[in-house]
Design a protein around this ligand. Structure first.
Ligand code: TNX
Length: 524
């Protein structure tokens, strides 16, 4: 027999325990999943009004112990452990996991979610991300990060309640290709800096990183069969600084890192123009047979490969063969822009032959819109940046377009006349201008069916360090990411700017040096 006094003690301990549990998981404000500030905006959101609390006993469950699921769970744990301080063990489970956990599963998702879509279900008991492919789980994880308090992005332990509003999100992208281009030629950026770019853009579901690896001012990747390209052609950069290049080992490390973030690297070797670094490294590539000087200025359009020499095609083949062997994705970018000193009758057969070389290597050629002056091979993609006429030529040949209209997507343009870095040739691009456009209606004759996606381009003539990369990229990139991900009927600047304003706390937690545009109601 339990004594009355003992019984009442047990009851009061239980009541206190219940109260404590509630306090430790009590939201300060009512929770409504539909009022959250997710960027890019998800397709459908339904709220239940309750919430999930991530506690220190939570584990991350996966439906089976595959390397694929383990590594994505490890990624999620890596994002959540520093700020929560929780162990967040990873465990396999058959059936549904118990209360208080996160569950990642590749079964049960709707086929209509495709390869990149996901459903995220938040109940009081469990957070479940379901997808058809791990890319979808990764995207669901990015949404989950944004539903947690912004301090989840801090690198030290935060004393906070980790609430997530209840409900269900189902989401998939409007376009399969959502990219950012980084020019590592005009100024060189290290492996660590490029990794940080990958970290920051993948938050916004960007899934391609186009690396502009060669230009007049520098050659940035080791090619073993043509060693002087990196050794000599990589020596300097705009302004005469020391430049640099990636060894093949370092480049491979970047590809691996990007792959783990579901970002496909698209390497570009720009040709036949924008080739001074190569022309300075190998005399044979020049029409004159004489090597040029290294170049540290910012002019464009003055250089050309000798398109009539066979050695040039040996060079192209060797370079692309080595690059292809280090490339996990389908694309090799062949450049093709601003070849102002290549005669048109030489330019056309050149870009046609280079496409054939890329295709023979089992890869898909992409080139700037000028390549549509020649015959585009089936599958080749033209990247629209300035000429609607060229873009239409590509479409009339049945080719697909990657949309990078300079007046919207060139994030090396200044925000306004007071921006200290950046160019103005494509106009000033305030945050609303980068957001307020629809790839499918931008140019007459170019519709959704012609477009694989969008890409923001960051040229670096005026950019010398990571802080400057961040300043021009944020906050325009989240908006461009939404242009690529969210269906256009869901997009609206006045609603978007409120969501964006709420990302200031996340930018701060991630230590992003962003431009605090006056058009955005920042909530710090
Ligand atoms: C044009 S865009 C270029 C680049 C420059 C950029 C500067 C393109 C295909 N070519 O070479 O870096 O403008 O904004």
């Amino acid at each position: 027999m339990i004594k009355k006094r003992t019984l009442s003690r047990i009851i009061s301990v239980m009541i206190i325990a219940v109260i404590l549990f509630q306090i430790s998981c009590k939201p300060e404000t009512p929770t409504d999943l539909t009022k959250e500030n997710v960027i890019p905006k998800p397709l459908t959101v339904a709220a239940t009004g309750d919430y999930f609390c991530l506690g220190k006993k939570a584990s991350i469950y996966i439906q089976e112990e595959t390397d694929e699921l383990k590594s994505i769970a490890e990624y999620l744990a890596g994002r959540l452990r520093p700020a929560t301080g929780f162990p967040l063990e990873i465990k396999a489970v058959s059936g549904t996991p118990g209360k208080g956990n996160i569950y990642l599963t590749l079964s049960g998702a709707d086929a209509s979610l495709g390869d990149e879509g996901y459903s995220l279900t938040i109940t009081k008991k469990l957070v479940t991300i379901a997808a058809n492919k791990s890319a979808g789980l990764f995207n669901g994880i990015q949404t989950l990060r944004q539903l947690l308090p912004a301090n989840i992005e801090m690198s030290s332990v935060q004393d906070l309640d980790w609430h997530i509003p209840g409900g269900t999100i189902t989401d998939y992208p409007a376009y399969n290709y959502r990219g950012v281009m980084l020019d590592v030629t005009r100024h060189f950026f290290t492996v660590e800096e490029v990794k940080r770019v990958i970290d920051l853009v993948s938050v916004y579901k960007i899934n391609h990183l186009h690396l502009h690896l060669s230009d007049d001012q520098g050659w940035r990747v080791e090619i073993k069969s043509w060693p002087n390209l990196a050794l000599y052609g990589g020596k300097t950069e705009v302004g005469g600084g020391v430049g640099g290049s990636y060894t093949q080992e370092q480049y491979g490390e970047l590809v691996k890192y990007a792959d783990a973030h579901f970002v496909t690297i698209v390497p570009e070797i720009d040709m036949p123009g924008h080739t001074n670094a190569a022309l300075a490294s190998y005399p044979d590539l020049n029409i004159s047979g004489k090597a040029t000087e290294l170049y540290t200025g910012t002019e464009v359009g003055f250089s050309t490969l000798a398109t009539k020499k066979e050695i040039t095609y040996k060079f192209v083949e060797d370079v692309f063969r080595e690059l292809a062997s280090m490339t996990s994705g389908p694309y090799l970018h062949i450049g093709g822009d601003e070849s102002h000193v290549t005669k048109k009758e030489d330019y056309i057969p050149f870009v046609e032959r280079v496409q054939d070389i890329v295709i023979k290597l089992g890869k898909t050629p992409i080139g700037w819109d000028e390549i549509s002056l020649g015959k585009l091979r089936p599958g080749s993609v033209a990247q629209y940046w300035s000429s609607a006429e060229n873009a239409n030529k590509a479409v009339s040949q049945g080719a697909k377009l990657l949309m990078s209209p300079a007046s919207r997507a060139y994030i090396d343009m200044k925000y306004d006349s007071t921006t200290a870095i950046g160019y103005t040739w494509a106009g000033l691009i305030e945050v609303d201008k980068a957001y307020n456009w629809d790839p499918a209606t931008l140019e007459p004759g170019i519709g959704r069916e012609n477009i694989i996606g969008i890409e923001a381009a960051l040229w670096t003539e005026t950019i010398t360090n990571m802080e400057e990369i961040e300043f021009l990229t944020f906050p325009r990139l989240p908006g461009l990411a939404e242009v690529g991900w969210s269906h256009s009927s869901l997009r609206n600047w006045d609603e978007y700017k409120i969501r964006l304003g709420n990302h200031a706390k996340r930018f701060n937690a991630l230590e992003i040096n962003y431009y605090p545009s006056k058009l955005v109601p920042w909530v710090e």
